[in-house]
Write a protein that binds this ligand. Structure first.
Ligand code: HEC
Ligand code: HEC
Length: 322
């Protein structure tokens, strides 16, 4: 019955085209939960290049349409990693969602998606099972993708992503009181708004934009093509105090996530992960959108956190070195 009610609610929300099911009700969290309906249609962050493009150092050429094909993402530097399993390169086996498109062929991924570099195979496989069963929900993307992907393919993907090395400076975190005005563009990615130049107060938000717009939309997997996250002034210090337990407000994160939040056993690393991804997950534990076995251990951690605390913790963890 409970599941049925939940499905009905999700369908209703999808039906209205809002798809805010993932974000807690009554909160304006579009900056962390960028939904497709918020994309400014027809607006591009930079002039489109007609015809085939290449990257310095690559022998391959792709047109922008090919780069954006979620079923066959570009692999600009195939020699820089072990041969990727089919499901990472080719989505014909799961309805068109090759893992290398949103998570890129470097695993570090786009901030509106997630970072799958540096996870253990067991955590990766378990969390895919949790998406599949619905105990961890991502109505925008991973629920459907996990349901369409076989366990064998998931295992191969997990093992391959586990071989990848981190890309230095992929996610840069900077405190800023004023941030560029931004809009949600193609692919649910946030860009500085060239039609409305200027800045606005950051408020209790994290604003993540590409370090280099062209490189980001080319899905260049190298340093320099990553993302900058602007976080509120003082958030790094406040997040550090909270991560140590915040005088009983929460629990010392290192107990489970390890020194430097670099991961411990199958408890995932948080260090240097896109801060808006971390924000979403902390809310998902609070609302029960992630109610997996692992999530039970996060319940007491998040119980007393305010929105500002969540922003501070995500800023701090995201700024730590890998
Ligand atoms: C269309 C975009 C898209 C594609 C394609 C995609 N993902 Fe994801 N993935 C996401 C998003 C968005 C999230 C974050 C969901 C959330 O906030 O819970 C995510 C999160 C994940 C996570 C959770 C990481 C963590 O730290 O818990 C795993 C694991 C994952 N994806 C694996 C895969 C695999 C395997 C494939 C290929 C079969 C794949 N993804 C394809 C968008 C995508
Ligand atoms: C008692 C153990 C424990 C403590 C303490 C703990 N965590 Fe976790 N955390 C977990 C486990 C287990 C998971 C994996 C949950 C799952 O399987 O979905 C997790 C997952 C997460 C995730 C999602 C990561 C991802 O890749 O999706 C975030 C974010 C997170 N924790 C933040 C924190 C922060 C911040 C703190 C400290 C304030 C903290 N955790 C303290 C056990 C813990």
């Amino acid at each position: 019955m409970k599941n049925f009610v939940h499905v009905a609610v999700v369908l209703m929300v999808v039906g209205t085209g809002v798809l805010l099911a993932q974000a807690p009700a009554g909160k304006d969290l579009l900056w962390a939960f960028p939904v497709g309906s918020a994309i400014v249609q027809g607006k591009h962050p930079i002039a489109e290049i007609e015809g085939p493009q290449t990257l310095p150092g690559s022998t391959l050429k792709y047109a922008q349409k090919e780069i954006e094909n979620l079923s066959a993402p570009p692999d600009w530097f195939p020699g820089s990693h072990a041969p990727a399993p089919r499901i990472v390169r080719d989505g014909s086996g799961n309805g068109g969602f090759a893992c290398g498109s949103c998570h890129l062929m470097n695993g570090m991924g786009h901030p509106e998606s997630g970072d799958v570099q540096g996870l253990t195979v067991d955590y990766f496989v378990q969390t895919m099972r949790d998406y599949r069963s619905g105990i961890r929900k991502d109505p925008i993307r991973m629920t459907a993708i996990a349901q369409a992907t076989s366990e064998a393919d998931v295992r191969e993907a997990a093992a391959w992503f586990a071989t990848l090395k981190p890309v230095p400076r992929w996610s840069i975190v900077e405190e800023r009181a004023m941030v560029p005005k931004t809009f949600l563009g193609p692919g649910r990615m946030r860009f500085a708004d060239i039609d409305m130049p200027g800045t606005e107060p950051i408020g209790t938000r994290i604003i993540t934009v590409p370090e280099d717009v062209r490189k980001a939309i080319q899905r260049d997997p190298r340093t320099g093509a990553g993302f900058v996250s602007y976080v509120p002034p003082g958030s790094l210090a406040r997040g550090k105090a909270l991560a140590a337990g915040g005088n009983g407000k929460t629990i010392d994160c290192t107990i489970c996530h390890g020194e430097g939040l670099r991961g411990l056993g199958d408890v995932p690393r948080l260090a240097n992960v896109h801060p808006i991804y971390l924000v979403r997950q902390l809310y998902n534990f609070q609302t029960g959108a992630n109610n997996s076995a692992g999530a039970q251990l996060m319940k007491r951690v998040v119980a007393k956190l305010t929105d500002a605390d969540i922003v501070d913790l995500a800023a701090y963890a995201g700024a730590l070195p890998r």
